[in-house]
Write a protein that binds this ligand. Structure first.
Ligand SMILES: Nc1ncnc2c1ncn2[C@@H]1O[C@H](COP(=O)(O)OP(=O)(O)OP(=O)(O)O)[C@@H](O)[C@H]1O
Ligand SMILES: [Mg+2]
Length: 345
């Protein structure tokens, strides 16, 4: 009977839907469940035996070690923090900590429970961004329609035919603009709720990107940008060609949009046993650290703003996730931005 206990415990730990990491009194990692592997990007083999700060990076570590509060007797539960994994992805988490004691109450070490709340948080933000944008974008055509219809109502007697026609034209245009916006929002809501159905086939990623670069060359030339491509291998994978094209098009579009005039964009690839990795690097203004966790949210745009809708990266993330891959960003203000896409082979 006894010999079965460790197995069961092991399976229970791996079945728990939150990351669980235990540490000894010196903060050396002693166990690491499956969710901890998924969240951090490290395997249990890599993590066990390492000091916790080399594997677990969260915004709380810099301010006030969550485990420190346990030592001081204050049970730390439900601290919200930003977690940074092996791939530099910023993930919003809730951290719970506890002291591990044996049955005599002797202190043995620490337990840290990390729950990934990024999906929940990003849905909340998306909803808020969405409502804000609906209200914001519909306001100007509505104001035009209201103002001009009032003017026509009050002054139509003394208005010339040309004047009246001019006003009616503006009203028609504003209402068409409103209709366009409503259509856009409906399309977005549909896309957001419908699961992306992939059409998996053989794809050569380098060929796909090469064709895209050619297509975007005129736009890049206008800004005097140099785009370099450096593929260590062709990148034969199984994926949905059209959806992947959307991914790379969005990343290239952003790189061109944000790169400095006469700047450089470099696209490079790497291959491991099980992944094909593509990097898009630009030398644009970069993204502030506090904005990084939000840029994959629908409708999120940096304060400086641009002509887009803030939807490109949310589509990129959804498509890559559907392929079983991951996308991450590394950026420093003034130092450009690098997006990394990892696709399973
Ligand atoms: N290469 C980049 N350099 C600097 N900032 C970037 C870069 N790529 C994305 N961003 C930031 O992330 C935000 C979201 O990007 P995303 O592609 O989702 O939207 P967008 O480009 O603004 O609009 P859309 O893609 O809908 O046309 C951008 O508005 C910008 O603030
Ligand atoms: Mg974009």
């Amino acid at each position: 009977m006894e010999s079965k206990t460790p197995h069961l415990r092991h399976f229970i730990l791996d079945s728990i839907p939150v990351a669980m990491v235990s540490m000894d009194a010196n903060l050396t990692i002693t166990s690491f469940n499956k969710r901890a592997e998924q969240l951090t990007g490290y395997t249990a083999k890599e993590a066990i035996g390492k000091p916790c700060h080399t594997i677990l990076h969260s915004s709380r570590c810099a301010e006030n070690c969550p485990l420190q509060t346990v030592q001081e007797g204050d049970m730390g539960t439900g601290l919200e923090a930003e977690f940074i994994n092996r791939y530099h992805e910023h993930i919003q988490v809730r951290i719970g900590t506890a002291a591990i004691e044996d049955d005599k109450g002797n202190f043995m070490g620490f337990l840290e429970v990390i729950e990934d709340i990024s999906r929940k948080k990003s849905l909340e933000r998306e909803k808020n961004n969405f409502l804000f944008m609906v209200a914001h974008d519909m306001k100007s055509p509505l104001i035009a329609i209201q103002g001009l219809t009032r003017r026509i109502r009050e002054h139509h007697d003394e208005m010339s035919k040309e004047h009246l026609n001019e006003y009616l034209k503006i009203i028609t245009k504003a209402s068409e603009q409103l209709e366009e916006q409503v259509k856009d929002f409906l399309t977005y809501s549909l896309q957001a709720t419908a699961n992306i159905k992939l059409k998996i086939e053989d794809v050569t990623v380098s060929g796909l990107i090469n064709a895209l670069v050619k297509r975007h060359q005129p736009l890049a030339s206008e800004k005097k940008l140099t785009i370099t491509q450096d593929f260590s291998s062709a990148g034969q994978i199984q994926a949905d060609t059209q959806q992947l094209q959307r991914v790379f098009e969005n990343l290239l579009d952003n790189a061109i949009k944000f790169a400095a005039t006469a700047g450089k964009i470099s696209i490079s690839s790497q291959e491991t046993d099980d992944e094909f990795i593509v990097k898009f690097k630009d030398n644009g203004p970069g993204i502030a650290a506090e904005e990084l966790p939000f840029i994959f949210d629908a409708f999120y745009q940096s304060a400086s703003g641009n002509n887009g809708h803030g939807l490109g990266l949310s589509a990129v993330k959804a498509i890559i996730r559907e392929h079983g891959g991951r996308v991450s960003v590394k950026s420093n203000p003034g130092d450009g931005t690098t997006f990394t896409v990892r696709l399973p082979k």
